[in-house]
Design a protein around this ligand. Structure first.
Ligand SMILES: Nc1nc2c(c(=O)[nH]1)N[C@H]1C(S)=C(S)[C@@H](COP(=O)(O)O)O[C@H]1N2
Ligand SMILES: [Mo]
Length: 315
């Protein structure tokens, strides 16, 4: 069993976040938290105190430097290095999210409104991109279900649709002649997927606020699905009764389906999905390949969401 359930873990084993912070490689063995304050780093986001969630994997997190420099965020360009080089121009404060559609409490909520009542947790999740690479990321976030319950979904709501910011002045990938995608970037989940306890909205990673390139100030994380479902810099969440359009499906419907559950048994039309390269574990000829796990290893928690469904037809 790769992921332990909350009930399996004695509270003594749940690492307080401060302990985790002290263990982090970039601090070095002898540096404590005080050292962070003594050597402030303007590029380093603010620390977030968050208890480690029992939903975390105990696999070793990817180096922070890799997770913040090898990104997909097409609003800043299509190269993996573009987001870290160019996302600094994005203004993430003030920020608000319009929540509308089939809810009892539609409104435009400020980020502060959204975060005030939530308890942030650290969730160390395996992440798997459809392109064949994977990472292990210590996210800081809270269950999307907590927010959805607060806005009171109506009975007719069956899906949740998400939208990213459109702001070409601050997003160079949205300017110029070559527009790789249509904006806004949109994604969606079935309501039961959105309400699943593994589905979180992240505001941070590695114990700090999210770097812009990773989707600041608020992004979706769905660890059993391919990375592109994790829509970044969210400005709108709509509860709807029909399956909403998704960006990659609009671009190439035969390659990217609505569900996009990690599935080693179904090849992408242009490549196998059977193995993956864990970022940081060698490159080129020396890249080690790991077997890709069904539902990215989260099957025990999520397979029942799809019982009776043909996962080849619903890819
Ligand atoms: N708005 C937006 N969200 C996005 C993308 C994007 O281009 N735009 N890329 C997706 C893809 S393909 C992946 S793999 C993940 C990457 O997240 P990371 O950079 O935090 O690893 O973000 C997803 N979310
Ligand atoms: Mo991706």
């Amino acid at each position: 069993m790769l992921i332990r359930k909350a009930s399996d873990i004695p509270s003594s084993e749940i690492t307080p976040h401060s302990v985790y912070l002290r263990r982090r490689e970039f601090l070095g063995a002898s540096l404590g938290l005080a050292a962070l304050a003594a050597f402030p780093d303007a590029t380093r986001a603010a620390q977030i105190a968050a208890a480690k969630s029992p939903y975390s994997t105990d696999e070793t997190p990817t180096r922070r430097a890799d997770a913040t420099s090898y990104n997909n965020f097409y609003e800043f360009g299509t190269d993996k290095a573009d987001p870290s080089a160019k996302a600094g121009s994005l203004k993430t404060s003030p920020w608000s999210v319009k929540i509308d559609g089939l809810v009892g409490k539609p409104a435009t909520y400020t980020l502060e409104d959204i975060l005030k009542p939530v308890t942030l947790e650290e969730r160390i999740y395996r992440m798997r991109c459809v392109e064949g690479w994977s990472m292990v990321i210590p996210w800081v976030g809270f269950p999307l279900a907590d927010l959805l319950k607060r806005v009171e979904p109506q009975n007719a709501a069956k899906y949740v649709a998400f939208e990213t910011l459109v702001r070409p002045e601050e997003m160079p990938g949205q300017r110029g002649l070559f527009q790789p995608l249509s904006w806004p970037y949109v994604e969606g989940l079935r309501l039961d997927e959105a309400m699943h306890p593994l589905t979180i909205l992240a505001t941070g990673m590695y114990g700090e606020t999210l770097p812009n390139q990773n989707g600041a100030p608020l992004r979706l994380v769905v660890p059993w699905k391919y990375g592109f479902k994790g829509i970044k810099s969210i400005v709108r969440i709509s509860l709807v009764d029909k399956e909403p359009p998704t960006t990659w499906n609009k671009l190439a419907a035969d390659e990217y389906g609505f569900y996009s559950n990690v599935n080693p048994e179904v090849d992408h039309p242009r490549w196998s999905q059977a193995t993956e390269r864990r970022i940081g574990e060698g490159s080129g000829l020396f890249a080690k390949r790991r077997p890709t796990l069904m539902f990215n290893g989260y099957g025990e928690q999520v397979a029942q969401l799809y019982s009776g469904m043909d996962l080849r037809a619903n890819y």
